[in-house]
Design a protein around this ligand. Sequence first.
Ligand code: SAH
Length: 201
Amino acid sequence: MVKEQIEARGITDARVLQAMRNTPRHLFVPKDLEAMAYEDRPLPIGDGQTISQPYIVALMSQLLDVEPSHRVLEIGTGSGYQAAILAQLAAQVYSIEIIPKLASRAEALLRQLNYTNVRIRLGDGYLGWPEEAPFDRIILTAAPPTIPQQLIAQLRPGGKLVAPEGVSQQDLVVVEKSKTGAIQRRSIIPVVFVPMVHGRN
Ligand code: SAH
């Protein structure tokens, strides 16, 4: 998977490639799809949600440019796979999931696999995790119509955010906050993600 789908498409970050090699993706997909876990595609994980295509996980991880000392916020825990990759790149990962069943399943799996530096919270990612802000890096794995200001506010000066953005047409976007707080953004490629929904609370 790493050689043919990820290195072949130009992902070069050695730490990202190593994390992808180390992570047993088949444990993060439903049992009946286990045989397809290393294929070049997203897969359903229940409740209408998906685990992203491996290449997209690698691309987003590389764009996020995570350093070993970093505290990273993820919105959309889903299966916990992206969180497991981030756990190997960062000091601490905070991940928020809005669907209770997915949050508890991912939490149990990550604990079982000994990823001790991931905390999962059941809640609405639009609010971020203010008690733990600011974050060095923020990644969204569900697409909001526009990147929420509240999340950009929880980014440390010098920080980066990577997210799919848009409704019918989505782009993968990198947002950088300079040391002085100036915001710069660039679009990378068109993508297809599940929508980031609003909580009912
Ligand atoms: N990173 C995941 C991909 C999950 S798909 C993985 O590696 O498997 C996106 C996830 O975002 C879904 O599980 C969905 O329930 C969740 N989501 C959607 N809107 C959300 C919100 N407002 N807050 C938190 N999670 C949200």
